[in-house]
Design a protein around this ligand. Structure first.
Ligand code: UDP
Ligand code: MG
Length: 326
């Protein structure tokens, strides 16, 4: 058997036909120059464009180091990464985006940190090249995450990250549903660090993240890593119950002892609406947790792989003129 590569690069791909040729042209020379055995695992996340054709061609021209997982439909970036994590062969795993917002030239920086003994290296974007809205929304989200979970991360949105294999194995074993990989990895890491990386504008095309998808992702992140929202809600509900009790006492006092009956109905309506809205928020929150439990309990397969393009270990050995003994 050929010895497994040392490094696995994991790249989710969704409608990136305009970016893939440049990505190939920039990524492979960087990896070839590292002097380590590597593999690149692309997951085609149900692209509707020519992405799969391009990946197939790339597998054809670099079969020894290229693997392609083809989903039958679009299952989100994180599922695409999970599918690759389940198949990695390297001891060091690097994730990055296909749109060249994470320059492949920055990979050696992450590897230097891993070699320095860290088991988790998170990239943070030095010069973020996103829209004003995205940049500020993500600052707010970082703040909320920091105060509701114990995850410390300068830039949760940066997917250029490196991990040691045990962390990836732990993520795969955890069977996490729909969750946020950098945060999950952080919670499994023993010796995390961060490094600043360049950020470029999307090479071509537009972001695949709609406002709705971003809100969903962050709701997942908060509810997936803490039950603080439930606890805050309970405390808030208790406080508001106490306040409304006092209000009822005051109203009763005014009615009985001062015989003041004006606006009573409207005050009550006000209180009713308020309490009703509190109850609705609570139901929504509980629904979120119930939904998560439901997904785990149901344990349905999260994605369906249509095809995997890879060269088996034996075939790789055959292709290798000087195979190393096991
Ligand atoms: N992506 C994916 N599935 C999706 C959406 C995105 O695999 O449903 C991939 C996409 O091809 C890219 C990465 O995830 O490699 C980041 O996506 P995008 O650039 O749209 O996100 P942004 O940079 O705006 O956060
Ligand atoms: Mg992008």
């Amino acid at each position: 058997m050929a010895s497994p590569p040392q490094l696995s690069i994991v790249i989710p791909v969704y409608n990136e036909e305009l970016n893939l040729p440049t990505l190939f042209a920039r990524l492979y020379p960087v990896l070839d120059g590292l002097g380590r055995g590597y593999e690149v695992i692309f997951t085609n996340d149900g692209s509707a464009d020519r992405s799969m054709e391009l990946l197939r061609a790339q597998h054809g021209s670099r079969p020894d180091v290229t693997r392609v997982i083809d989903f039958n439909a679009n299952y989100t970036q994180h599922m695409a990464i999970m599918a690759a994590f389940e198949r990695v062969r390297g001891q060091i795993i690097v994730t990055l985006d296909a749109d060249l917002q994470n320059p492949p030239e920055e990979i050696p920086k992450l590897l230097a940190k891993i070699d320095g003994g860290f088991d988790y290296v998170g990239g943070f974007r030095l010069n973020r090249q996103d829209s004003f809205f995205r940049t500020y929304a993500s600052r707010l989200i970082n703040y909320v995450r920091e105060h509701t979970t114990s995850i410390e991360m300068t830039d949760q949105g940066c997917m250029l990250r490196a991990y040691r294999r045990p962390i990836i194995d732990a993520i795969v074993r955890s069977g996490a549903i729909n969750t946020f990989i950098p945060a999950l990895a952080y919670s499994f890491s023993g010796n995390p660090t961060e490094v600043g990386v360049k950020h470029e504008e999307r090479h071509a095309g537009v972001s695949n993240y709609s406002f709705y998808k971003l809100v969903r992702l962050n709701f997942d992140l908060i509810t997936g890593f803490s039950i603080a929202p439930l606890q805050y809600f309970t405390m808030f509900a208790m406080a508001s119950a106490a306040c409304s009790f006092v209000l009822v006492l005051v109203l009763a006092y005014m009615r009985i002892f001062l015989n003041d009956n004006t606006n009573g109905v409207f005050t009550l309506f006000g209180i009713m609406f308020f309490l009703l809205s509190v109850a609705m928020i609570g139901i929504g929150l509980i629904g979120e947790y119930v939904g998560r439990s439901y997904q785990v309990v149901r344990a349905r397969q999260q994605y369906f792989v249509r095809e995997v393009l890879e060269t088996s270990d034996t075939a790789r050995t055959a292709a290798n003129s000087n195979p190393k003994p096991n």
